[in-house]
Design a protein around this ligand. Structure first.
Ligand code: T3D
Length: 262
């Protein structure tokens, strides 16, 4: 049987493909565990300096697999699933010390949409759409959706999208600042791979510090954020990549970054 997650190691980066296409790559426990294992392996692997997350088939991810949620003798404890799987997944993506690119190849619904928003750079195929599907089945947006979406598109749009569960086209998502870019369907994979390969050659530790600053900015006041920038800049200034970047600039040549912290 084919794995629910395809892990494709490339030169300096890794592509993770959610692979339950007949269920639009919705999450069951197997997929959660496989993705967790892959992200942990990537976190520990210094040779992997960027990640590309995408989906197999016509969808990116339809959130939780609902087939396991019907015909139960008593109400399931969904808080447990969130605590055990979705929240740790979002925390892993945000805390990963390497950039995570998401190529939304088709519909992204429920937790599937919010997992995409947790990634660092989101490209979407022109035919893709984003749906906060939760209200259609009586649920609350999860996987950080109520945190990410208002910050991406503003409160008015986030509220309507979450209360109405209306689909947003990839074009609209890009116009609203929900994602980085829309790409023609046929070009999505190549463009996402090129972007991830490029990121894998960049100053990885500096990018990790940048992620850290951006993650903190949502809840910090200006003074706290200025102090954090000072501390992170101090750390960035000690990396070999900073020395190489400035040297390469003065020598008018392309830098050769190692991505290392020291
Ligand atoms: O439960 C917990 O642990 C709490 C956590 C919750 C996190 C969540 O994500 S809750 C939200 C769950 N997701 C949804 O509510 C979305 C459900 N899916 C849809 O609304 C639609 O499928 C889409 C809008 C995403 C796509 O529509 P469409 O018309 O393009 O495709 P389709 O025909 O509906 O789906 C294709 C197949 O995938 C179909 O199976 P079939 O008929 O060919 O055998 C459909 O049943 C299956 N599928 C789609 N989404 C799910 C799914 N099967 C199981 N779970 C799904 N989420």
């Amino acid at each position: 049987m084919e794995s629910v997650l395809l892990v494709d190691r490339r030169d300096g980066w890794t592509m993770l493909t959610l692979n339950r296409p007949d269920r639009l790559n919705s999450f069951n426990e197997d997929l959660h565990l496989a993705l967790r294992g892959a992200l942990d392996a990537i976190a520990a692997d210094e040779t992997c300096r960027a990640v590309l997350l995408t989906g197999a088939g016509r969808g990116f991810c339809a959130g939780q697999d609902l087939s396991a949620r019907v015909g139960l003798s008593e109400a399931p404890d969904l808080g447990k699933t969130i605590e055990t799987f979705y929240n740790p997944l979002i925390r892993r993506i945000r805390a990963l010390k390497k950039p995570v690119v998401c190529a939304v190849n088709g519909v992204a619904a429920g937790a599937g949409a919010n997992i995409a928003f947790a990634c660092d750079i989101v490209l979407a195929a022109r035919s893709a759409k984003f749906i906060q599907a939760f209200s259609k089945i009586g649920l609350v947006p999860d996987s950080g959706g109520t945190f990410f979406l208002p910050r991406l598109v503003g409160d008015a749009r986030a509220r309507a999208l979450m209360l109405l569960a209306e689909p947003v086209s990839a074009e609209q998502a890009a116009d609203w600042g929900m994602i980085w870019k829309v790409v023609d369907d046929a070009a999505l994979r190549a463009e996402a791979e090129a972007l991830t390969a490029h990121l894998a050659t960049q100053p990885t530790h500096g990018l990790a510090l940048t992620k850290q600053a951006l993650n903190a900015s949502a809840s910090n006041d200006l003074d706290t954020q200025l102090d954090l920038e000072r501390d992170l800049q101090r750390e960035a200034g000690r990396t070999p990549d900073y020395a190489e970047g400035t040297k390469a600039f003065m020598e008018k040549r392309a830098p050769r970054f190692t991505g290392r912290a020291s």
